[in-house]
Design a protein around this ligand. Sequence first.
Ligand code: PMP
Length: 368
Amino acid sequence: MQNIQHLASRAAKTGKLYNLDHFHIAWQNPGLRRLMGNELLFPPSPQVIQAVEEAIPLLNYYAEDPGTAAELRAALASYIGVEESPAWITLGNGSMEIIDMIPRAFLDPGDEVLLPCPEYSPYTRRPLLFGAEIVDVLPSLDDFTYQPEDFTRRISRRTKMVIITRPNAPVGNMVTRQLIETLLAYPLIVLVDEAYTEFSRQTVCDLLPQHPNLIVSRTFSKAMGLAGIRLGFAAAQPGTIEWIERVRVPLNVGLITQVAALAALKDADYIRACTDKVIAARNDFIGRMRQINGLRVYPSEGNSVLINCGESGKPAAVFVQRLQAAGYLVRDQSNSRGLPGDGFFRVTVGTQADMDAVADIIRATVLD
Ligand code: PMP
């Protein structure tokens, strides 16, 4: 085979293949409960299913381009509480695509991006493709909290962007709103990923009208229960959205996705009911885990719980294997960025029954 390495772009040479084996394992083993990917463990609302069924006969047509999909974009603006106008929203094929579009719109070679450590992993990768560099912002390792100076003292003349997931992933805790406001006073793009916002019931979207440098990213993959449709969106002032729109791939959001999203937004009661259940199960699970000696359980405002089992004398892999053998697929986070050692694993919050069973297995594994 001819070697074409010399033809590969700098971006391709910088990029690495992304490991999504946890989804592969889940799809290959449909009997396992999927507590590994922070999906919603409840099915989509009946109204979404009906709207999708009605759209199926139209699949021979292109959907509206997100650039003109005014109804969905205005509905999203209304959902996040800014002026009900499409101009405040741009759409992505999952918020994973937003993670690509924003660096593409704002980063040049040599720019620096401040990124908490740990953070959601694609943020460590996409900025590099545009020649930017990641500057790690380290928390207090004891509880993964940050002071404003942890960020501000790393701002240099090259700093262009700061990215903060709130609630965070994989930890689940939140930086303060005041920290975001401090960062907004600097001439930087401040990207706040609110993928898990419906589980924390806190947002910084109300700051958008005062700050052209604030971008908030959201997704339909978590509380909305629609990870399979791939819809993410970014909210910002119209002038900021226009820069992102310039680099968006045309027709990047499909017909079924648009129809399902509109139907989901109209069924707000269903979203509320699902998130109520997840929040109750999460808080109950955290309470129970805290009673077990040998486990460190971190606060979470999202739909997952991070546990460090290091002091139990067993590595995370033992817990992950025991849970998988019992039908629960969770995520081993050992030695991932910002999570040193072999003791970290993360459990997505499913139904109360899921969490009861998982709590029992974890307790038995510690005591073994
Ligand atoms: N941001 C965060 C913080 C996430 O945890 C995830 C998914 N795990 C995403 C973005 C991506 O979600 P999606 O592409 O499905 O919208």
